[in-house]
Design a protein around this ligand. Structure first.
Ligand code: BTN
Length: 248
């Protein structure tokens, strides 16, 4: 069970906000930023009723079934491209530390187990008078969502399908520690190298839905700031900044 008392035990002195139900932890953290939210501060909830995903999607999990958090950063604007990478690598390491195998990253920042999505990541930046106020790194991890009989049955997975039972407060504390490590080293080559090494689709045939259309080809590489480089059917290299990638 998540509760303020339990989170105080696992998070120690780390500033956090816990909400039984909220629209979106990212919204709460965004409102906290101008009020002085500290780097490393966390907003978490037992239920989100208007959780946001990438590319304008919604992200929903039944109450008590997911780890939903927004981690506060106060980065330099130059480091913005690396924040999603830090989230993905931190989640991957946290899951691997549970003894779970087959953990990989799907470009740009989904975390998968055996090719099925276990975590989605949504960084959002807040600006004030043209200056970067801060960033909220939203992370949703499927802990015990039952996907049986849903459209996600074969494409999503929950951690407890591999290790059970899990304590979300403990998991949050472990993840926060990894986030502290990598968000302190956003521009480090080692972060990029770990992210790159985790990506499961490099060298494979992919199809990417972007706002301007679908690109198909071979995922050849990723650039230092995260763009995906795809060689299309005409042999031309295409640089993709955002999109939804699928195999084949
Ligand atoms: C995605 O896979 O599209 C990203 C999903 C991100 C969901 C998390 S849950 C906590 C935080 N609050 C939100 O509204 N979204 C993120």
């Amino acid at each position: 069970m998540l509760s303020v008392e339990r989170l105080e035990q696992t998070l120690g002195v780390r500033p956090f906000q816990y909400l039984e139900t909220t629209a979106s932890t990212n919204d709460v953290a965004m409102r906290w930023l101008p009020e002085g939210a500290p780097a490393g501060g966390i907003v978490t909830a037992n239920e989100q009723v208007q959780g946001r995903g990438r590319l304008g999607r919604t992200w929903y999990a039944p109450p008590g079934t997911a780890l939903m958090l927004s981690y506060v950063l106060r980065p330099a604007a130059d480091d913005l491209p690396y924040i999603g990478m830090a989230g993905a690598v931190a989640v991957q390491e946290t899951i691997q530390a549970l003894g779970i195998e087959g953990v990989g990253l799907k470009w740009p920042n989904d975390v998968q187990i055996d090719g099925r999505k276990v975590c989605g990541i949504l960084p959002e930046a807040a600006w004030q008078n043209g200056a970067l106020l801060g960033v909220v790194l939203g992370i949703g991890v499927n802990v015990r969502i039952d996907f049986a009989g849903t459209p996600f049955e074969h494409t999503a997975i929950s951690l407890e399908q591999r290790v059970s039972p899990l304590d979300r407060a403990e998991l949050l504390a472990r993840l926060a520690e990894r986030l502290d490590v990598w968000t302190a080293r956003l521009s480090a080559d080692e972060l990029f190298e770990r992210w790159q090494a985790g990506l499961v689709m490099l060298g494979r045939s992919v199809s990417i839905a972007t706002v301007t259309g679908t690109i198909t080809g071979t995922a050849e590489a990723v650039e230092r700031q995260g763009a995906l480089v795809v060689r299309d059917a005409h042999g031309v290299l295409q640089r993709v900044i955002a999109g939804d990638i699928a195999l084949g």
